[in-house]
Design a protein around this ligand. Structure first.
Ligand code: PA5
Length: 478
């Protein structure tokens, strides 16, 4: 068991996330399916190289997401702005997609009441309801707009590139509606979060007078949750973003080490790399906490877009990338576990466990004379969910399925901040071990450009013609 941080202040000692990798080891799951300590030791020099590579990028300003835990001025502005906003709006709507949405969803679901939007305003601390519109399904968008009183709604348009079609379309729609409903006051209802130099949103925000938050240049979408991209929506709903960043800083204390026995992100990246090389091509993240479902979805994007790459190795083209799957304990024990236990042995499962839930729900004693019910009486749902997790890990281990566990003492901003930062570093490190660039997304960009071409964006005419030829159609496609 490795504690994420070792340089913590005393205040947070009891809130350290721990990482248990015992069941990744050959001695737990067998030599055909686990990694041996000898293999890990043999990999230590390469792992150390990967850690130094990342620290070098950091020192040269190429991975500013690593320094987000320390962005003091920005945080103060975010919190002040969010507190002020909370007094004048009753709905806060994020318009964004991919990395510009999943982090906000992850924080909101992890750290707010599970039925936050349904609570009475006073129960939400008089904070606005929060929505994230991360799709352009017309029924979804129109349905959301039906539910909003535009006079009391603020839209946060989030796009790092400042030009993603989905987000810009949503902006055009809400801008139009706001102007029709509110006239010149419309601009007070739009907040832009974007890159200072790329795309059109920054200039539009300045021109129209939207409040504006900038995403640092080398913070890519899926690594942006600790920037204003995730912090603003979180702060609006009252999440303690300073504590979140303190948690991330805590993880940074150990995740910068180049010794894999000290750095849990490096250890897990290395073990996952070794297991990938022996055919374990699927990475499952399975939190046993309903509130961490959003975090599992956030991780799925982080892992998929960072690691799924075609690259050149020794003049050969190779396609690389472990496929991430997000699952939810206990729910997916009843939909996925059969496959994990009996299906192909191609998965590594990471559990996220919560030691102390916010609430304790007792199961009342019953004396029905029914074996299926009476034994549960006197236990709690807390015991049940954790017993199911332990039982699942044990069963998987016995069936030679490697698994590991992040254990959060509690679900709070500090522990979530640690986990987010650790998973980001782990993703970057395994990317390096796999020989891919974890920070680009050429295939996503290609998809975006094809959409621009299909819809007639200026500058994409040649591409539109090529697509039309391929589709066997005239120049006009849509
Ligand atoms: O991680 C990424 O880079 C992507 O998933 C982007 O976040 C997503 O495509 C949205 O891009 P943007 O924030 O530029 O609108």
């Amino acid at each position: 068991m490795v504690a994420i941080a070792h340089a913590a202040s005393d205040r947070w000692t009891h809130q350290r996330v721990r990482f248990d990798f015992t069941n990744l080891l050959a001695e737990s799951v067998g030599s055909a399916h686990g990694v041996t300590l000898r293999e890990l030791r043999a990999m230590a020099p390469r792992a150390a190289d990967a850690a130094r590579w990342l620290q070098h990028l950091r020192a040269s300003g190429q991975v500013e997401w690593m320094d987000l835990p320390y962005q003091r001025g920005v945080v103060e502005r975010v919190v002040t702005f969010a507190d002020n906003l909370a007094t004048r709006c009753e709905a806060f709507v994020v318009l964004g997609i991919g990395g510009s949405a999943l982090g906000a969803i992850a924080l909101h679901t992890a750290l707010n009441h599970p039925f936050y939007n349904e609570l009475a305003p006073a129960q939400r601390g008089n904070r606005p309801r929060v929505y994230v519109l991360d799709n352009v399904d017309p029924d979804f968008v129109a349905g959301a707009l039906d539910r909003l009183d535009l006079r009391r709604t603020v839209f946060n348009v989030v796009t790092k590139s400042g030009s993603t079609a989905e987000t810009m379309a949503q902006l055009a729609i809400v801008r139009d509606r706001l102007r029709a409903a509110l006239g010149a006051a419309a601009a007070d209802h739009i907040v832009a979060t974007t890159d200072a130099a790329r795309g059109d949103l920054h200039a539009l925000a300045e021109q129209e007078g939207y409040a504006l938050f900038e995403i640092p240049p080398t913070v890519g979408g899926r690594f942006s949750v600790l920037s204003p991209v995730g912090l603003l929506p979180a702060a609006v709903s009252g999440i303690d973003v300073r504590e979140l960043l303190a948690g991330a800083a805590e993880a940074d204390a150990s995740c910068r080490d180049d010794d894999l026995w000290v750095n849990p992100a490096l250890l897990n990246a290395t073990a996952h790399y070794l297991l990938y090389e022996r055919g374990k091509h699927i990475t499952v993240l399975m939190p046993y906490s309903q509130k961490l479902r959003g975090l599992a979805d956030w991780f799925r994007q982080l892992w998929a877009e960072s690691l799924g790459k075609t690259c050149q190795v020794d003049a050969r083209t190779i396609e690389v990338g472990p496929t991430p799957v997000s699952a939810l304990g206990v729910t997916d024990q009843h939909s996925q576990l059969q496959l994990y236990l009996d299906g192909p042995p191609d998965k590594v499962i990471t559990f996220v466990a919560v030691d102390r839930f916010d609430r304790v729900v007792a199961i009342p004693p019953t004396h029905l004379g029914l074996g299926s019910v009476d034994y549960l009486g006197g236990h709690t749902l807390n015991e049940l969910i954790n017993a199911e997790r332990v039982a699942t890990a044990l069963t998987l281990t016995r069936r030679h399925r490697p698994n590991c566990t992040f254990l959060l003492p509690e679900l709070r901003a500090f522990t979530v901040g640690q986990l987010i930062y650790l998973l980001e570093v782990q993703t970057a490190l395994i990317g390096h071990l796999l020989g891919v660039n974890p920070f680009d997304q050429p295939a996503v960009e290609a998809g975006k450009e094809a959409t621009y071409a299909l819809l007639g964006r200026p500058g994409y005419t040649a591409q539109a013609q090529r697509l039309a030829r391929r589709l066997g159609m005239g120049r006009k496609i849509l």
